[in-house]
Design a protein around this ligand. Structure first.
Ligand code: TXD
Length: 308
């Protein structure tokens, strides 16, 4: 039997996620949106690319959650993106209302699914989704760290003129301007960049990573990034569906890890068929730990606008 992947929100990130899903043949896809006809049109268009790209999948668009019933994975991208000048936190109330409605429907029709949230402000939306759905923390995961680490890897590869394949990066913490890129744990061919680059070049990479989302928002002028965010999300989906036990930075509900409680936050986790199979606690310097806590404070201030 093929896996069933539902994607809620058929906008830029959702539709591009469906595209990666089809190209990688991860499973059948259901694209859901509130706009009538749009998810159906995008799904049909993607289905019609199958004969050219050689994938045999069911791909349907819908405005009805009944079509998502029994999904193995649900990816939630429904919500507004940022406009130039907006922070991710500016979206909390509008997207919070959307996430409440979406999660009720998701859980009703796919109570056993693993849910991956993408909607911003990411960490706050994962927290809200966890609270309203009652899902165990293993099955409700936010995508941010894979994207932020991919951005850092791209900048490292550009700086050192090496293959992106040689790079590894860890960006932890919240998905905001206070995210925590960790140069000591970011490597090229296994060598920490702290041994390869002078401090000012590392700082420039860290800063560009932190502002990576904003850089694209200001270039696009309308909407936000979607190729890399959807690719990052699909890496998580693939790790789960293929039980890869892959260690990736993901946003999960913390119960004391890293000295943090009752917050959803980006930390390294092991992803496999049960969802989050382990939360890895890596050692941090005092400065790194302080940066994690500053990032958590920013998330808590955005959480304060939620009524949960
Ligand atoms: O790394 C990350 N986590 C992110 C997050 C990276 C990039 C984008 N990030 C956030 O994802 C962004 O700030 C937004 O909150 C979401 C979706 O971004 P996208 O670029 O895909 O936005 P679009 O193109 O506007 O698509 C959103 C769709 C749109 O088609 C709406 O009609 C739909 O969401 N929508 C809904 N679908 C279902 N149900 C409800 N209630 C609903 N409301 C809106």
């Amino acid at each position: 039997m093929r896996n069933k992947i539902s994607i809620i929100g058929a906008g830029f990130v959702g539709a591009t996620a469906a595209h990666w899903c089809a190209v990688k043949e991860l499973g059948d896809v259901v694209l859901v949106d509130v706009v009538e006809g749009m998810p159906q049109g995008k799904a049909l268009d993607l289905l019609e690319a199958g004969p050219v790209e050689n994938y045999d999948l069911h791909i349907v668009g819908s405005n009805n959650y009944q079509d998502t019933a029994g999904s193995d994975i649900v990816v939630v991208t429904a919500g507004l993106p940022r406009k130039p000048g907006m922070t991710r936190e500016d979206l909390v109330v509008t997207n919070g209302n959307i996430i409440r409605e979406v999660m009720e429907n998701v859980v009703r029709h796919s109570p056993d699914a693993i849910v991956i949230l993408v909607t911003n402000p990411l960490d706050t939306m994962v927290y809200l989704a966890k609270k309203v759905s009652g899902l165990p923390r293993e099955r409700i995961i936010g995508q941010a760290g894979v994207l932020d680490s991919a951005r850092m890897r791209a900048f490292m590869a550009m700086e050192l003129d090496v293959s992106v394949e040689n790079t590894h990066a860890f960006v932890l913490g919240g998905h905001g301007d206070e995210m925590v890129p960790l140069p000591r744990y970011s490597t090229v061919a296994g060598i920490p960049i702290t041994e390869l680059l002078p401090p000012d070049r590392i700082e420039a990479i860290v800063e560009r990573t932190r502002k990576g989302g904003g850089e694209i928002v200001s270039l696009l002028k309308k909407g936000s990034a979607f190729f890399a965010p959807s690719a990052a999300t699909m890496q998580m989906v693939e790790a789960i569906l293929k039980d890869r036990k892959q260690i990736l930075p993901c946003c999960v509900y913390l119960e004391g890890e890293y000295g943090l409680n009752d917050i959803c936050f980006g930390v390294p986790v092991k992803l496999g068929s049960r969802g989050v199979e382990q939360i890895m606690e890596i050692t941090l310097t005092d400065d790194e730990r302080a940066a994690m806590h500053r990032s958590a404070d920013l998330i808590r201030s955005s959480m304060a606008a939620l009524e949960v």
